[in-house]
Design a binder for this molecule. Structure first.
Ligand code: THU
Length: 142
């Protein structure tokens, strides 16, 4: 198995971005009409996609990032190399606060979050940049 934090290759990033961008089409967002696609690259080299799924009871809706991570965890994946998140706006959207905390559970501070804009251009930040001084599983084991 590849090390947890081995860098994403150019080929992996190409696939990751393509899958995140096309996952926007799977979004169920009749209320906001704001499509979000996500794709996670697991440490074993698999790709797991997600999209936002809204609800008539608005707060019940779920973001693309949490759908992707929930799907990956339930499929048995435990270690992750990167996530790509794609929206139809410019500049690229970055994950909401709830998703940052959700992803924090399964990632390290140097985990890269690639954010794609409407044109397919990206910026990238680490989890540590997106959620500094965070609370995580280790804090419960004292
Ligand atoms: N959304 C995401 O899927 N990810 C985020 O990080 C921010 C927001 C979704 C939630 C909702 O379906 C729509 O975008 C508008 O907020």
């Amino acid at each position: 198995m590849a090390p947890i934090n081995s860098p994403v290759t150019a080929q992996e990033l190409q696939i990751l971005s393509t899958k995140a961008i096309s996952a926007k089409d799977s979004a169920y967002c009749p209320y906001s009409k704001f499509q979000v696609g996500a794709c996670i690259l697991t440490s074993s080299g698999e790709f797991v996609v997600g999209a936002n799924v809204e609800n008539a009871s608005y707060p019940v809706g779920t973001c693309a990032e949490r759908v992707a991570f929930g799907t990956a965890i339930v499929a048995g994946h435990k270690q992750f190399k990167a996530i790509a998140v794609a929206t139809n706006i410019k500049p690229a959207a970055s994950p909401c606060g709830m998703c940052r905390q959700f992803m924090r559970e399964f990632t390290s501070a140097d985990f890269p979050v690639y954010m794609y804009d409407a044109d397919g251009n990206h910026t990238v930040k680490t989890m540590g940049e997106l959620l500094p001084d965070s609370f995580g599983p280790d804090d419960l084991s004292h």
